[in-house]
Design a binder for this molecule. Structure first.
Ligand SMILES: [Zn+2]
Length: 294
């Protein structure tokens, strides 16, 4: 088996909040418990959502927490040539699509389908009426080939039928930006990631990523999805739901952020750590025994 390589891949849409700290901590602890490498990748391909300086603020907060990455940080915005190469390599699995959001909704209504976002297949056999290509989509297979099954290390066996649950999904968006699914897969493969540890809000993306990886000839990593932190209204913590930065520059991160995040992940210390090294060594041991890592 290849040596363990994990990653934390934040989007620079704002400072790290408690929810993103939990995801970062899970991937970090899993890498440490496996004596593996932990990489950080800034997922900044959605230029409309990036906040200037957020990437460096995130890196600074990770360092203040004592979470040190093992290789140079990667920025997706500097890797777009790799995404184009992958798109070209996918060949006939990819088709150009001229549909607007409204046209997709209308054609689903005409076909008597439910009002969901699943692509109705309009441009699968080519764009009609000389309309311009807007986006590039991946053709999802029909029948049993669309059924992706994998084992999540925490949640157990997961199955998704790409054709009924997702449909032909976008790899390059109408605004010209690379889609999350393609960029993640290309980078995980290029960086040799063996273990994807992240929040359960991304569980639904795993089948798409496994299918794409296979088409590109790459192995499937192992997956582990940890619970997502929600606010009192039950919404996932995010900048949109008003989550605040846990790092205010001079506050006690051990007491205010790290210990609560470890407790959220189900780690309970028998003696409370009093320093960052004590915290990380204790939390790594607790994680290893919780996940039965030897
Ligand atoms: Zn279309």
């Amino acid at each position: 088996m290849s040596p363990y390589r994990g990653r934390f891949a934040p989007s620079p849409t704002g400072p790290l909040h408690f929810g993103s700290l939990v995801a970062a901590m899970a991937s970090y602890l899993d890498a440490k418990a496996h004596h593996g490498s932990w990489l950080v990748r800034i997922e900044d391909v959605d230029f409309d959502r990036n906040i200037a300086g957020a990437d460096h603020a995130i890196l600074q907060s990770l360092q203040r927490c004592g979470m040190h990455w093992d290789e140079e940080v990667a920025w997706q915005s500097q890797r777009t040539a790799l995404y184009q190469t992958a798109l070209d390599q996918l060949g006939d699995h990819v088709f150009a699509c001229s549909c607007s959001r409204k046209e997709i909704a209308d054609s689903r209504l005409r076909a008597g389908l439910s009002d969901s976002q699943i692509y109705p297949g309009t441009c699968r056999t080519g764009i009609v009426n000389n309309k311009a290509a807007r986006a590039y989509r991946l053709r999802v297979p029909d029948g049993v080939a669309a059924c992706i099954t994998f084992e999540d290390r925490l949640l157990g066996i997961q199955t998704q039928d790409l054709s009924s649950a997702v449909g032909d999904f976008v790899l390059k968006r109408a605004d010209g930006f690379w889609a999350y699914q393609l960029a993640v897969v290309v980078d995980d493969a290029a960086q040799g990631i063996t273990d994807v540890v992240r929040g359960a809000d991304l569980l639904d993306s795993s089948a798409r990523q496994i299918y794409l990886l296979a088409l590109l000839g790459y192995p499937t990593p192992r997956y582990l999805h940890v619970p997502v932190v929600t606010n009192q209204a039950g919404e996932k913590l995010s900048k949109q739901t008003g989550a605040l930065a846990f790092d205010r520059g001079d506050n006690d991160l051990l007491q205010e952020a790290l210990i609560p995040a470890a407790q959220f992940l189900g780690l309970s210390f028998s003696t409370m750590p009093r320093s960052l090294p004590e915290f990380w060594s204790g939390a790594t041991d607790l994680w290893a025994s919780k996940l039965a890592i030897r």
